[in-house]
Ligand binder design. Structure first.
Ligand SMILES: *Cc1c(COP(=O)(O)O)cnc(C)c1O
Length: 364
């Protein structure tokens, strides 16, 4: 099989070991004579898969007992509306707008309550994160919302806003499980699986139990209430069984890697290698404020669109796939999630070096 490195922002690279295991188990899971895809979600075998996935996630992310883990379909995007529908009390919520996904969440919240932008990095083209210390949060806000890692722009909150007693809600889709995390700082956090957890099809929601309420926006459909998922262990209806099985495999893989402390070290080393290469180059630049750079999504540009296009094309030919930046920002972006091996970054950096040798002198 052709060796490639997949820098896609999502659906993204999965650990090879996990894919091989899934392949081995595809037709006959644990001697059941069936594929996991064919199993009843109410069967004993599947029940074990779901419970193990939850427990392994609880272990690796150090999730306290007063937090519930929910598996919900509809991607991270459905949470943009489930959050306001379920957390509404006074009818106010404060939003940090640090990119497109935060903006979408804010727009969606406006359908249900008085949503306010308390800080934004729009003026800086989302290349930075507002200083969280100077942001005024309404005392009667039902929650404060951030998108912790901005997948499209490559920025990350390095410090969380101090919201005091107001629950902090975070979209952690593209940074979840990339480093240790203090769950107790959040009221609710959610992550679409297809970035750093597994295949697409499920969103992991971690919610403090006191925030799971019967009283929600009126009306809230049953399937959009966190309580429905909590009361039925994410099995009120048929969950995305195969996706959850794959996520469970990734959680076990993370344990084998030494957990989030080990992954943080590996991820930081990988990101440093790439950022250093960009800094040392005369051709490539990273537009992101050095104080807020993501270790998961690394955007860079040459400053010349044609040259960017040439780079992307030749990178693909060299087996470096999906290096194109998001359509709204252009340039390049390397998403280097947990499953991207160090080799992948080394190959990319070597390719960038070659490309600069060939092209840099002509264009700069
Ligand atoms: C990808 C992404 C989303 C959208 O996820 P879907 O599962 O496609 O709805 C939302 N937020 C962030 C931070 C993302 O990276």
């Amino acid at each position: 099989m052709k060796q490639i490195y997949n820098f896609s922002a999502g659906p993204a690279v999965l650990p090879k070991e996990v894919l091989i295991q899934a392949k081995d188990e595809l037709l006959n899971y644990a001697n059941s004579g069936m594929s996991v895809m064919e199993m009843s979600h109410r069967s004993k075998v599947y029940e074990t898969i779901l419970q193990e996935a939850k427990q392994d996630l609880r272990d690796i992310a150090n999730i306290p007992d007063n937090y519930e883990i929910l598996f919900i379909q509809g991607g991270a995007s459905l949470q943009f509306s489930m959050v306001p529908m379920n957390l509404i009390k006074n009818g106010k919520a404060d939003y940090f707008v640090t990119g497109q996904f935060a903006k979408k969440a804010y727009e969606e919240a406006k359908l249900f309550l008085d949503a306010k932008v308390v800080a934004s990095s729009k003026e800086q083209n989302f290349t930075t994160i507002p200083d969280v210390a100077n942001v005024e949060i309404r005392e009667d806000a039902d929650y404060v919302y951030i998108c912790e890692n901005n997948t499209i722009y490559g920025t990350k909150f390095k410090e969380l806003p101090n919201t005091k007693d107001i629950p902090l809600v975070a979209d952690v889709s593209s940074c979840f499980l990339s480093e240790p995390i203090d769950i107790t700082k959040y009221g609710l956090l959610f992550a679409g699986a297809q970035k750093n957890i597994g295949p697409s099809g499920v969103c992991v929601v971690i919610i403090r139990k006191d925030l799971i309420r019967e009283e929600t926006f009126n009306p809230t459909p049953t399937m959009l209430k966190y309580k429905t998922y909590a009361d039925h262990d994410s099995m009120y209806n048929t969950p995305p069984t195969y996706t959850i099985y794959m996520c469970g495999k990734v959680f076990k893989w993370i344990k084998e890697q030494g957990g989030l402390v080990a992954l943080q070290k590996r991820n930081s080393d990988k990101a440093k290698l790439l950022y250093d290469a960009i800094e040392q180059s005369n051709l490539f630049k990273c537009p992101v404020d050095p104080n807020y750079r993501s270790i998961m999504n690394v955007p860079f540009v040459t400053g010349n669109e044609e040259l960017d296009a040439k780079f992307i094309k030749e990178a693909k030919e060299a087996g470096l796939e999906n290096i194109k930046g998001h359509r709204s920002v252009g340039g390049m972006r390397a998403s280097i999630y947990n499953a991207m091996p160090l080799d992948g970054i080394q190959t990319l950096v070597a390719f960038m070096h070659d490309f600069e040798e060939r092209e840099g002198k002509i264009h700069v």
